[in-house]
Design a protein around this ligand. Structure first.
Ligand code: 4AD
Ligand code: MG
Length: 432
C-alpha cells in the first residue's frame, strides 16, 4: 500500500504529497458538492475533503453513506488549508469504509449514567484518549525511575487470607468453601521479599470495598508499592518525593499537548517537578486546620474535607508525618520517643486533591508487633508468617503505596477518579 501515515505525520508533510490514512470519522459536514470529514486516529485528527467534481461518483457516494465513528481509509494529496484543524487538509481521491456506524450512541450532551453505560464507546473520546496517554506516560515513568534506581520488580498474589488495611474494606471470595479476600495491598509480601532482594516494588491491583461515594475512591485501583530493607521513614519519604516528581516531570516533557487539550493549568506541576516537598507533622496539620476554623480534636483522622483545607496552604505535594497510632495501621512503627504516634507518612497532592501516597517505617520488633495485633483485636494466627519475619533477621525497613489512579487524576486535573482509568469500578458498577 502507498504511504500509509498517521494524522500527526500528515500535518507535517509538504504540500502535494500523496498519502493514505486510516481512522474513524470524528466530524462530518456537507457543504454544496463537498464533504468535509475530520478523521481521528490514535495520534490526532485531520480534515479530509471529498469534492464531487474531483472524485468518481462511487467514491463520493461511499463517503456520503459513512457517518460518525465509521472506520474508513482514504488516500489523497496534502494541501495547506488555514481553516482546517492544524492548517492542513487532505484532498481525497479514494475513500473506503471498513465498518459502518449507524447512529453512534454518543452524540454529545448525554448525562453521566448514560455515558457510563456506554463507557466501551465513550473511551474513544478525544478527552479520554488524552488521559490514556498521560496514564501510559505516568506508568512508564514510575517503572523507569525504579529500574534506574536498582529496585527489583516482584509479583505479589491477589488472593489472600487476611487483611492488611482493616477488615471493613475487604472483598470476600469463595475459596473452595473457605473465605479468601482480594488483596488490599501487597505490602506484607513485599516485606517478606526484602530479605532476599532488599529493594522491591510491585504494580498490582488493590481492592477496597469502601462504601463511601467520593471522587477519589475506586473499588479496584492500581497500586504501586515498594519496600526497602534498612530504610528509615525519611529514606522512604525521599523515594516517594523523587518517584512522584520524576513522573510529573516526564508527563510535562512528553504529554504537554494532552495536558493542554485537557485545559490543565500546568503551573503547579511545574513547581512539583522540582521535588523538595514540604513536610509537616500531624500536630502541625491540626493547628493549620484550626486556623481555618475546622473543628477537629487531636487523634481524629483527616478525611477528604480536612485534606482539602490543608492543601490550600501548599503549592506542591506535601507530606504529613507522625500520625496518632489509633488512626493508622498496626504495622506502623511506634515512634520510640513518643509511642502514641507512628512513623507513618502520607503524601498529599495540592489543589484539593489530597492523599496519593501512604507509607511508613514498619514495626520490626516481634513483641511490639504482636502486642499491636492483639490491641487491634486481630487474630495473631492469621499473621503468623508476617510475625515470623521479625524472628529471623529482622531489620529496620520502610515502604509505601502510591495510588496510581489518584496520581493520574491530579496530574490530569480531573474532577473524578473514574476518568483516570478506562473501566472504573465504583458506585456498584461492574458494567461494562
Ligand atoms: O494508604 P493506603 O491504604 O496504604 C496501604 O495500603 C499501605 N499498605 C501501602 C504500603 O505501605 N505498601 O493506600 C495507599 C494508597 C493511598 O495513598 C491512595 O493513593 C491509594 O492507595 N488508595 C486508593 N486509590 C483509589 N481508590 C481507593 N479506594 C484507594 N484506597 C487507597
Ligand atoms: Mg492511607
Amino acid at each position: 500500500m502507498m504511504n500509509l501515515v498517521k494524522t500527526s505525520k500528515a500535518l507535517k508533510l509538504p504540500e502535494g504529497t500523496d498519502i493514505c490514512l486510516r481512522g474513524w470519522i470524528y466530524r462530518k459536514r456537507e457543504i454544496g458538492k463537498k464533504i468535509f470529514i475530520v478523521i481521528r486516529d490514535s495520534d490526532g485528527i485531520l480534515q479530509v475533503v471529498i469534492d464531487s467534481g474531483k472524485v468518481p461518483e462511487s467514491v463520493y457516494k461511499e463517503a456520503l453513506r459513512s457517518s460518525i465513528e465509521a472506520s474508513i481509509e482514504t488516500c489523497g494529496t496534502v494541501a495547506k488549508e488555514p481553516r482546517a484543524p492544524g492548517g492542513v487538509e487532505l484532498k481525497a481521491y479514494m475513500f473506503k469504509t471498513w465498518g459502518f456506524s449507524e447512529s453512534f450512541p454518543i452524540k454529545g450532551g448525554e448525562g453521566i449514567d448514560y455515558l457510563l453505560d456506554n463507557r466501551h464507546l465513550w473511551i474513544r473520546s478525544r478527552k479520554l484518549t488524552a488521559i490514556w496517554k498521560i496514564r501510559h506516560t505516568v506508568l512508564s515513568a514510575l517503572r523507569e525511575y525504579l529500574n534506574d534506581n536498582n529496585w527489583w520488580e516482584v509479583s505479589p498474589p491477589i488472593l489472600t487470607q487476611a487483611a492488611v488495611e482493616g477488615g471493613a474494606t475487604l472483598f470476600k471470595v469463595d475459596f473452595f468453601g473457605k473465605n479468601a479476600y482480594l488483596s488490599q495491598s501487597a505490602q506484607f509480601y513485599l516485606e517478606a521479599l526484602i530479605y532476599s532482594l532488599e529493594k522491591v516494588w510491585s504494580l498490582s491491583v488493590s481492592f477496597r470495598a469502601e462504601r463511601s461515594r467520593t471522587r477519589r475512591h475506586l473499588y479496584e485501583y492500581w497500586h504501586l508499592e515498594l519496600e526497602e530493607a534498612w530504610a528509615r521513614m525519611n529514606d522512604s519519604m525521599k523515594v516517594a518525593e523523587e518517584l512522584t516528581s520524576y513522573a510529573i516531570s516526564k508527563v510535562l516533557n512528553e504529554r504537554l499537548e494532552e495536558l493542554h487539550f485537557l485545559k490543565r493549568n500546568v503551573e503547579k506541576l511545574e513547581i512539583a517537578r522540582k521535588g523538595s516537598f514540604p513536610r509537616i507533622t500531624y500536630d502541625e496539620a491540626i493547628k493549620l486546620l484550626r486556623k481555618r476554623d475546622v473543628k477537629i480534636k487531636w487523634g481524629e483522622d483527616l478525611g477528604a474535607d480536612e485534606e482539602r483545607v490543608l492543601t490550600e496552604y501548599f503549592d506542591t505535594p506535601f507530606f504529613i508525618t507522625h500520625f496518632p497510632k489509633k488512626i493508622k495501621s498496626f504495622y506502623m512503627k511506634l515512634d520510640p520517643e513518643r509511642p502514641d504516634v507512628v512513623l507513618g507518612f502520607d503524601l498529599l497532592a495540592p489543589e484539593g486533591y489530597g492523599e496519593v501516597i501512604g507509607g511508613s517505617q514498619r514495626e520490626d520488633r516481634y513483641d511490639v508487633l504482636l502486642k499491636r495485633i492483639n490491641e487491634e483485636g486481630l487474630n495473631p494466627d492469621e499473621y503468623k508468617w508476617y510475625l515470623d519475619l521479625r524472628l529471623y533477621g529482622s531489620v529496620p525497613h520502610s515502604g509505601f503505596g502510591l495510588g496510581v489512579d489518584r496520581l493520574i487524576m491530579w496530574i490530569s486535573g480531573l474532577d473524578h477518579i473514574r476518568d483516570s482509568i478506562p473501566f472504573p469500578r465504583f458506585r456498584d458498577r461492574l458494567y461494562p
